[in-house]
Design a protein around this ligand. Structure first.
Ligand SMILES: *Cc1c(COP(=O)(O)O)cnc(C)c1O
Length: 359
C-alpha cells in the first residue's frame, strides 16, 4: 500500500488516525455487534455518537450555549437557499462578493429576496478581499453574508465585518476547525464537512437561537431550521456514518493534536513553507494579495499553461495528486487542510524546487 498526498480542494484527506480508528471499528463498533453504518439512528449507540460529536464540536470551537448545532444534508450549497428561507424577514441581505461560492449564494438569495452587493473583488479575479471597514452596510438588512475562505481563489478574510446588530452569516466550508474563532461574532456559521470535518454528505450549521423560527409557514419542514433544531437533527435519518467520522476527526483534533490553537500553529507552518517558496521562486508565483492569503488553499501559476500542465502531471507521478487549479482559474492549487501533514507540504515544495531546476 502506498498512500498519496492528496491536495484536493474537497473531498480531501482525512487524518490517518481517523481512518485507522474507523477501520478498527468497521465490523463491530464497541460491543454492538454491528458497524455504525448498519445501526438504527434511533439506537442508544448512535444517539451517544451524535451527542458526543456535538459536545466535542462545542468544546473544540467554544460554541456558546445560546447557539444550536445542526447536522444536515444537502451540502453547503443547500444552505445558499436555506439561509434566506429562514433568515429573511425584511427581505434583503448585504453580501460581499469574493468568488464563485458567494456568486452561487447571491443567485439563490435573489430567488427568495434581494442581495445587496456591497463590494466585489471580481475586478481582479477575486485575488483579494475588499476592505470590510469601508462598506455601506444597511442597518435594516436581515444579515450580512460572507464566504470567509475562498476555496477556489485562495483568499481569506483576516478581519470580519463589524455588523453591529445585524447578524453575520458566514460560509466556513473550507476553513472551519483550521484555527480558533470567536463564534459569538457570527449569527450563523455553516460548512460542508468534506474539507475539514469528515466525509461528504454532512453539513454543519451553527446558529444563534434567536435566528431560528422566522421561516414562513409554508417552508418545507426539511428546509426549516426550527424543525431540525426541535428534533435534535433527527427529524429524518441523519447522515449517520459521516457524523461518526466527524466525531473521530474532532477527537483527533482534541486529543491527538491538542485543540485549535495547536492546529492553527501547524497550519501556519505548512502555509508559510509554501508561500515562502513561492515568494522566492523565479518560476512559480501566488496571485493573491499577501494580506488576504488563505491558510488552507494555496494557488500558484508558472504563467505558462503548458508548463502548468507538465507540472500537474509530473507531480501526480510523484504521488502528489490533485494540484490542478479550479477549472475557472487554471494554474495550480494545493489545498492543505488540517489532515495534510507537514511532510506532504515538504514533499511538494521539494518537487517544485526540482521542477524549477529542470525546466
Ligand atoms: C466546497 C464549498 C462549497 C460547496 O459545498 P457542497 O457541500 O459541495 O455544496 C461551498 N462553499 C465553499 C466555501 C466551499 O469550499
Amino acid at each position: 500500500m502506498s498512500r498519496v498526498y492528496n491536495f484536493s480542494a474537497g473531498p480531501s484527506m482525512l487524518a490517518e488516525w481517523v481512518l485507522k480508528k474507523a477501520a478498527s471499528q468497521m465490523l463491530e463498533y464497541r460491543d454492538s455487534g454491528q458497524s455504525v453504518m448498519e445501526m438504527s439512528h434511533r439506537s442508544s449507540e448512535f444517539k451517544a455518537i451524535i451527542t458526543e460529536c456535538e459536545q466535542r464540536l462545542r468544546r473544540v470551537m467554544g460554541i456558546p450555549d445560546h447557539y444550536k448545532v445542526l447536522f444536515l444534508q444537502g451540502g453547503a450549497s443547500l444552505q445558499f437557499s436555506m439561509i434566506p428561507m429562514n433568515l429573511l424577514i425584511k427581505g434583503h441581505a448585504d453580501v460581499i462578493h469574493t468568488g464563485q461560492w458567494s456568486k452561487k449564494a447571491i443567485a439563490e438569495l435573489n430567488k427568495i429576496g434581494r442581495a445587496d452587493i456591497l463590494a466585489s473583488s471580481e475586478d481582479a479575479t477575486f485575488s483579494y478581499i475588499p476592505d470590510v471597514d469601508a462598506l455601506p452596510y444597511h442597518a435594516d438588512a436581515d444579515y450580512v453574508y460572507i464566504c470567509e475562505n475562498n476555496t477556489i481563489y485562495g483568499t481569506k478574510y483576516k478581519k470580519l465585518p463589524q455588523t453591529g446588530n445585524v447578524p453575520l452569516v458566514a460560509d466556513l466550508s473550507s476553513c472551519i476547525l483550521s484555527e480558533p474563532i470567536d463564534v459569538s461574532q457570527y449569527g450563523l456559521i455553516f460548512a460542508g464537512a468534506q474539507k475539514n470535518m469528515g466525509p461528504a454528505g454532512l453539513t454543519v450549521v451553527i446558529i444563534r437561537d434567536d435566528l431560528i423560527g422566522h421561516a414562513s409557514a409554508n417552508t418545507p419542514s426539511m428546509l426549516n431550521y426550527q424543525t431540525i433544531a426541535d428534533q435534535d437533527s433527527m427529524f429524518n435519518t441523519p447522515p449517520t456514518y459521516a457524523i461518526y467520522i466527524c466525531n473521530l476527526v474532532l477527537q483527533w483534533i482534541e486529543d491527538i493534536i491538542g485543540g485549535l490553537a495547536e492546529m492553527k500553529k501547524r497550519n501556519d507552518q505548512k502555509a508559510a513553507l509554501l508561500y515562502d517558496f513561492l515568494d522566492h521562486s523565479d518560476m512559480f508565483s501566488n496571485p493573491v494579495k499577501p494580506k488576504d492569503r488563505s491558510l488552507m488553499n494555496v494557488t500558484f501559476v508558472t504563467g505558462n499553461e503548458a508548463l502548468d500542465a507538465k507540472f500537474i502531471s509530473e507531480a501526480k507521478a510523484q504521488g502528489l495528486i490533485n494540484v490542478k487549479g479550479h477549472r475557472s482559474v487554471g494554474g495550480m492549487r494545493a489545498s492543505i487542510y488540517n489532515a495534510m501533514p507537514m511532510a506532504g507540504v515538504e514533499r511538494l515544495v521539494a518537487f517544485m524546487k526540482q521542477f524549477e531546476l529542470d525546466n
